[in-house]
Write a protein that binds this ligand. Structure first.
Ligand SMILES: [Zn+2]
Length: 328
């Protein structure tokens, strides 16, 4: 049986191209909750929020929220909230073990069910989620900024509902929109409460901006966050021009996740050096081996979504499989 350390030692190491901003100055916000800053325009309109650091090592979001706060951007209508989620994990970042500070006790993007938040369970992440909850409950439009273990094109995760897909299309970036229902082992923030209710006008998106530590990922995060704010109408485009640097794709591709590939053992290996968005032409193509088990594509033109062995373990999702949606 291989250990996670042995598996990680064989994976590509990515250079840390960006500086981790010192965000201590943002600790005391104006909401009563540390690291959360809110600005009310005084004009009727929606409440838009950008949240960084749901995962503690996903620095592109931290850079983005830090830059937006520093820019002094303010809403022209409604309310703008900018914040950092798992700051305690972020503070523990160690460049010699860059994956370790994803969270402290548990994945903060799996705690967002009402049942879990209301339970007597305790963890560092649950405590933080409970502190954020009253603010999140008042948000109409949320963008949760994430990045990926491996270098791959950015992905917008719209959730399973048509309103999420439409929001991603309205924003217009990035090129690939992933339609998925989240994870069996706990609810994501983007699926929490009214965000996951088709009848509610509230809407949330999660963007994966690229590899955690790349300059490109940081540029994608700033660009997408700015376009998100403009789309909500809460901030005007002329206040964000310095952050919009990416070319808008001519057309977006919407990919429907159909299933997850979940490891049974520590011996799971991919049959190719998948990085994400590879399109496998033929059904039945073996894409991974997990001990004696062969894992094959279930249909033609199957697209590989976010493959990674960096957190391999029994029960861990190592990639998802998707179909291209021609219409939705
Ligand atoms: Zn993440």
């Amino acid at each position: 049986m291989k250990t996670l350390e042995q598996i990680r030692a064989k994976l590509q190491e990515y250079p840390i191209e960006v500086t981790f901003p010192d965000i201590a100055e943002w600790q005391t916000g104006n909401t009563g909750v540390d690291y959360i800053h809110t600005f009310d325009s005084g004009v009727a309109g929606p409440h838009a929020m950008i949240l960084a650091l749901t995962h503690g090592n996903e620095v592109s979001g931290a850079i983005t929220v830090n830059r937006l706060l520093r820019s002094g951007v303010r809403p022209v209508k409604g309310r703008l909230t900018l914040g950092f989620a798992n700051v305690d994990a972020y503070r523990r970042f160690d460049s010699s073990n860059p994956d370790a500070s994803r969270f402290i006790d548990e994945d903060m993007n799996r705690v967002w069910s009402e049942a879990r938040l209301d339970s007597s369970d305790d963890s560092q992440e649950l405590r933080r989620a409970r502190a954020l909850r009253p603010i999140i409950d008042s948000v109409d439009f949320l963008l949760d900024l994430h990045s990926m273990h491996e270098e791959a094109p950015p992905l917008m995760l719209s959730g399973p509902l048509a309103k999420g897909i439409q929001f991603a299309v309205d924003i217009g970036v990035p090129e690939h929109v992933i339609v998925d229902a989240g994870h069996a082992n706990g609810k994501r923030l983007r699926d929490y409460g009214d965000f996951g209710d088709a009848a509610s006008p509230k809407n949330a998106l999660l963007i994966e901006t690229g590899q955690h530590f790349s300059v490109r990922s940081k540029d994608v995060a700033l660009d997408a966050a700015s376009r998100f704010l403009i789309t909500t109408g809460v901030v005007v485009a002329t206040d964000l021009t310095e952050f919009i640097k990416q070319a808008k794709p001519v057309a977006q591709q919407v990919l429907q996740v159909t299933q997850a590939v979940i490891a049974d053992t520590m011996d799971l290996q991919f049959t190719q050096d998948f990085r994400g968005l590879e399109r496998i032409e033929l059904a039945g193509t073996v894409i991974a081996r997990d001990g004696d088990r062969e894992i094959a594509t279930p249909y033609d033109d199957c697209v590989i979504i976010m493959p990674s062995l960096r957190h391999l373990g029994p029960g861990v999702t190592v990639m998802r499989l998707a179909r291209v949606l021609d219409s939705w």
